[in-house]
Write a protein that binds this ligand. Structure first.
Ligand code: SAM
Ligand code: SF4
Ligand code: SF4
Length: 353
């Protein structure tokens, strides 16, 4: 296949990674999120509502999923172009068989200094030790409530809080702590879970981050009135546990961080609806079938699997990624309006948040 050669020579890229590529808004390519499957054992109502993701739903056929070797090869390409962080996600990453093997392969990619995973935690107790041994650095567990009835209503498969907490404890025991907990807050569903999650997080040393419910995908029936704004979440917590702001841990961090005033503990807010952070968005997203998305709300993607399987060289692949990233202008959350809400876009379960 014929793809124009990249501007970055391969020998320089391998031995001494070049300065990262930047997009049209001056944003560097820094993070790669890799969805390893679009399947999941949960049916969270805000992500994979079962009316849509039911028995007739067409998931990506197994032959179309990137293999671990293909993912690792692409990870090297992204690392050559400046990516320093990889996060494995899904769907539910732990439903992909032998995931620790992929972790081991990615841990060996030169230039990647942060290898993390986001999981619903339900299978974590089985795999935490193998993941840590394979070189996983950090883990984020999604947990929207500590109340079994509320949590079951959200995950829609009757999953218990206890099983996820057991997974978190296994991850801590395996050395994957401190654990981050991500909780999506949806109006009328789990506002009452905010303070208990903050309290339990502080007690256990989890960094709990509350996420505003987003209009990702086209299946969750998102409405602005279902969003609990960051200010309201913070106000609820502050009345029980006063806190003060912390500076970002690294440039481009999506969560705004706070420290409790009376001692240890940290919390975060990811306010993608009311306080968009597109200006510092350094994330590329690779779907399970090898499509490169440059925004969570993307409509277009660049196919990397086709060229990969057609014999593209690493130079070809670097050129494809460079071309896509340097043309990037996405800033959906800053432009969100009544008009954008109905635009077609990729499902969250395909690119993993
Ligand atoms: N299955 C894994 C999990 O749940 O952690 C990884 C994939 S999941 C798509 C990644 C994150 O996206 C989760 O923390 C989930 O809560 C979040 N998410 C999914 N749909 C969302 C929505 N509509 N608004 C905000 N966050 C959402
Ligand atoms: Fe599955 Fe994660 Fe989506 Fe829930 S948020 S349905 S656990 S992919
Ligand atoms: Fe990044 Fe798109 Fe989210 Fe803006 S809307 S922060 S560009 S993923």
């Amino acid at each position: 296949m014929s793809v124009p050669l990249p501007t970055i020579p391969a020998d320089v890229a391998v031995t001494e990674p070049p300065a990262t590529i930047t997009d049209r808004l001056g944003r560097a390519l820094h993070d790669l999120r890799v969805s390893v499957t679009d399947r999941c054992n949960f049916r969270c109502t805000y992500c994979m509502p079962r009316e849509v993701f039911g028995p007739g739903y067409r998931f990506v056929p197994r032959a179309d999923l990137l293999t671990f070797e293909e993912i690792t090869r692409l990870a090297r390409v992204f690392a050559d172009l400046g990516a320093r962080k990889i996060r494995l996600t899904g769907g539910e990453p732990l439903v992909r068989r032998d995931l620790p093997d992929l972790v081991r392969m990615l841990a060996g990619v030169p230039g990647i200094d942060d290898l993390a995973m986001t999981t619903n935690g339900s299978l974590l107790a089985l795999h935490a030790r193998a993941l840590a041994d394979a070189g996983l650095g950090r883990i984020t567990v999604s947990l929207d409530s500590l109340d079994d009835a509320v949590f079951a209503q959200l995950n829609d498969v009757g999953m218990s809080v206890g099983r996820v907490v057991a997974g978190i404890e296994a991850a801590e025991a395996a050395g994957l702590g401190p654990i981050k907990i991500d909780a999506v807050v949806r109006r009328g569903v789990n506002e009452e879970s905010i303070v208990p999650l903050a309290l339990e997080g502080r007690r256990r040393g989890w960094i709990v981050r509350f996420i505003e419910y987003m209009d990702v995908g086209q299946t969750n029936g998102w409405r602005m009135e279902d969003v609990v704004p960051a200010d309201e979440i913070l106000d609820r917590i502050g009345r029980v546990l006063p806190f003060e702001p912390l500076s970002p841990a690294y440039p481009g961090e999506v969560a705004t961080r706070f420290r409790y005033l009376d001692g240890d503990g940290e919390l975060g807010i990811i306010a993608s609806v009311t306080r968009p952070f597109c200006a510092s968005c350094t994330r590329a997203r690779l779907s399970a079938e090898g499509r490169l998305y440059l925004c969570l709300f993307g409509m277009r993607a660049t196919d990397l699997r086709g060229p990969l399987r057609a014999g593209a060289t690493d130079d070809d692949l670097r050129a494809l990624v460079t071309g896509a990233w340097t043309r990037r202008t996405d800033r959906y959350s800053e432009l969100r309006s009544d008009a954008t809400v109905h635009l077609p876009r990729v499902e969250m379960s395909a690119i993993g948040g």
